[in-house]
Design a protein around this ligand. Structure first.
Ligand code: HEC
Ligand code: HEC
Length: 316
């Protein structure tokens, strides 16, 4: 019987894959790969060069995290608690970074990847080191003067690390069923997991109807007169939904709620230019801290000004 020499088959396959690669798309650039390749392993592999002490992280934490997670990590309103919690035994265990998380790498990676909530991936490497160290400090795991960097990283031992282990049981033990199977059409999703993230501020009675995804303020739904928006305000609506709603949608941590006339009346009397200046450069008032551009430094000044117009005009 005739047999293909395996080298020929291999060459054929190679030609084939090359042809596919040539026809569709292009190779990812190093910069594109680096953009995705940001994960940190429990042993610290993947950490960029840098470092900062918990003390150095305190300022950035106060400015960018405390309005949601609290100055001591205790959590403002229903935003997640990230410090304290003690041991996990007992009837009401509290899962926090210190009580629950097995590895410090998760903390570094999570903050770097996903926080601050309104502006993920806006922190510098040293800010991530400092803030991570500060959160560890809030959990009594390191000293205030201790520096977290790629070398000291492995010194951090999380209290709950031993509770995590590799489960060696097989995933599936049942034999396959091809008889009397249920009709796939009868399967329905009957519940959702609740309580993971705060959602109270997106509820209808909070003034913004599930508006995380851009619905109209509830006042309008309730049939109140619709305000005709200027061109600037209309352009600013999507900026507002993306960059300002997280705080102004429900008025968290002292932010005046968009759509709430009484919350804005006093502020509007300062004049639009001042409000825009405060929105662009940040503002510390009596109610809380407004981070520059809401933490979204990628926004142009013009886009922020348009968002302010939207907020002011829809709060009259
Ligand atoms: C506008 C509010 C807000 C701000 C500001 C914010 N966060 Fe968060 N944070 C959240 C929310 C909401 C979650 C939960 C996200 C989820 O479950 O998908 C979260 C989750 C976390 C968690 C994980 C908590 C857990 O146990 O699952 C950590 C750690 C954290 N944030 C740290 C930070 C740090 C550090 C900063 C500042 C750089 C920051 N956050 C800024 C809202 C915020
Ligand atoms: C992390 C929460 C947060 C985000 C995100 C945020 N703000 Fe604010 N903002 C605040 C707080 C808190 C105040 C109230 C400060 C005070 O009066 O003490 C405020 C106040 C304001 C004010 C009134 C300032 C004044 O002088 O009274 C304007 C205007 C404003 N924000 C615009 C914006 C715009 C535009 C965005 C989006 C690009 C935005 N904010 C995103 C928290 C936030």
């Amino acid at each position: 019987m005739f047999k293909f020499p395996s080298a020929l088959i291999a060459a054929g396959l190679l030609a084939c894959t090359t042809a596919i690669a040539g026809d569709f798309g292009r190779a990812a650039t190093d910069a594109e790969i680096a953009g995705w390749d940001i994960d940190i392993r429990p042993d610290g592999k993947g950490l960029p060069v840098g470092g900062a002490t918990a003390e150095e992280g305190e300022g950035p934490y106060e400015a960018k995290c405390a309005m949601c997670h609290g100055s001591f990590g205790e959590g403002v309103d229903r935003w997640p608690v990230i410090a304290g919690g003690g041991d996990l035994d007992g009837t009401d265990p509290k899962k926090t970074v210190g009580s629950y998380w097995p590895y410090a790498s998760t903390l570094w990676d999570y903050i770097n990847r996903a926080m601050p909530y309104p502006a993920p991936q806006s922190l510098t490497v040293d800010e991530v080191y400092g803030i991570t160290a500060y959160v560890l400090y809030l959990n009594d795991l390191v000293d205030y003067e201790w520096e977290l960097n790629q070398d000291t990283f492995t010194e951090v031992v999380m209290p709950n690390t031993d509770s995590f282990f590799v489960d060696t049981r097989p995933d599936v033990q049942n034999t396959r069923c091809f008889e009397n199977c249920a009709d796939p059409a009868s399967f329905k999703i009957v519940g959702v997991i609740g309580g993971v993230s705060p959602t109270g501020h997106f509820k209808e009675d909070s003034g913004v109807a599930s508006s995380h995804y851009g619905d109209q303020p509830a006042e309008e739904e309730a049939g109140a007169e619709k305000v005709a928006l200027s061109a600037d305000a209309m352009a600013g609506e999507s900026v507002h939904q993306q960059a300002c709603l997280a705080c102004h949608g429900a008025g968290i941590a002292g932010a005046p709620k968009t759509g709430d006339k009484s919350a804005w009346e006093g502020r509007v009397s300062q004049g639009l230019a001042t409000l825009v200046d405060h929105a662009i450069n940040g503002y510390q008032g009596n109610n809380g801290y407004m981070p520059p551009k809401g933490g979204r430094m990628d926004l142009s000044d013009e886009a922020v000004a348009q968002a302010v117009s939207f907020m002011v005009e829809s709060s009259q």
